[in-house]
Design a protein around this ligand. Structure first.
Ligand SMILES: Nc1ncnc2c1ncn2[C@@H]1O[C@H](COP(=O)(O)OP(=O)(O)O)[C@@H](O)[C@H]1O
Ligand SMILES: [Mg+2]
Length: 267
């Protein structure tokens, strides 16, 4: 298998369009503009990139960012082996050479000194300097950079610099409307529509608590988990508590409120 094939998505990922994001993304890709996907966790950002990579038939290289990540983790490093030192490209460099869509997931997690290595790739230069190796990699014509960003986690300590932000176009993501989300849950968990709709109702109650003791509402991802637990034979109330309440908060009052909603809706 070639490197190119290794990163191609061969089967169509299930993705339900929520707004006009497909057309907008395609236009951005056509001009190879960098794209930032903004939105809460578990609302479909990653699934969307997978879907677009499949649709465009371009390889996709995903990097889950974290605070321990260094620039070398992205661009590459020298390794020692029996013959001496050998350079190994990091995922960003592989994507740059190969012409892949490089998706940096949860980029706020990375330290700002790590994030700046993407700058020269985002403007007209489209280059990646490998300082340690003394090489300037010219991006393949198909290369595109995509990052995801959760505005909810914004804090003064942890935010992307304006100088980074302003190198991207952006798409807003949010939880889908009720009917769409019900369909997604039904499809992803193979639960019937009626029960899926109930799960979505619970999420709507919880999302109203955002800012009133909850940092973030119940994600579509958690709804899918709850559906899968019910499909695995767990009582809906128990499944709701396991997938929709406990992961979200340890605050006893909010838990009680959410447990109540689960019991009312499935009772
Ligand atoms: N628009 C959508 N179409 C299909 N599935 C979706 C959609 N939005 C969310 N999902 C479901 O929610 C899960 C979490 O989505 P994901 O893309 O991983 O979220 P994010 O990257 O925003 O945290 C997916 O695995 C999928 O089951
Ligand atoms: Mg994601």
């Amino acid at each position: 298998m070639s490197t190119q094939e290794q990163y191609l998505i061969t089967e169509e990922p299930f993705y339900k369009e929520v707004s006009n994001e497909v057309v907008l993304y395609k236009a951005a890709y056509q001009r190879r503009l960098p794209v930032m996907l903004k939105g809460p966790t578990g609302c479909g950002k990653t699934r969307f990139v997978e879907y677009m990579a499949w649709k465009l038939q371009k390889p996709l290289i995903t990097v889950a960012c974290n605070e321990d990540m260094t620039a070398s983790d992205l661009v590459g490093r020298f390794l020692l082996d029996k013959d001496g030192t050998r350079w190994q490209d990091g995922p960003l460099t592989v994507a740059t050479r190969l012409g892949a869509i490089c998706y940096l997931d949860e980029v706020v997690e990375a330290r700002q000194d790590t994030t700046v290595v993407i700058h020269p790739l985002t403007d007209h230069r489209r280059v990646l300097p490998l300082d340690k190796k003394g090489e300037l990699v010219q991006a393949h014509p198909d290369f595109q950079l995509v990052i995801s960003y959760n505005p909810g986690y914004q804090s003064l300590m942890k935010d992307i610099k304006q100088s980074t932000k302003q190198r991207f176009t952006a798409l807003d993501f949010n939880y889908p409307d009720e009917a769409t989300e019900t369909n997604i849950v039904a499809k992803e968990s193979e639960l019937d529509i009626e029960q899926s709709a109930k799960l979505v109702q619970i999420a709507h109650r919880a999302r109203n608590l955002k800012g009133h003791g909850l940092d973030e509402g119940i994600s579509t991802r958690l709804l899918v988990y709850a559906g899968q637990l019910i499909q695995a034979g767990i009582e809906p109330i128990e499944a709701g508590k396991m997938a929709l309440v406990r992961p979200l908060t340890d605050d006893p009052d909010i838990r009680a409120t959410l447990n109540n909603a689960v019991e009312m809706i499935f009772g």
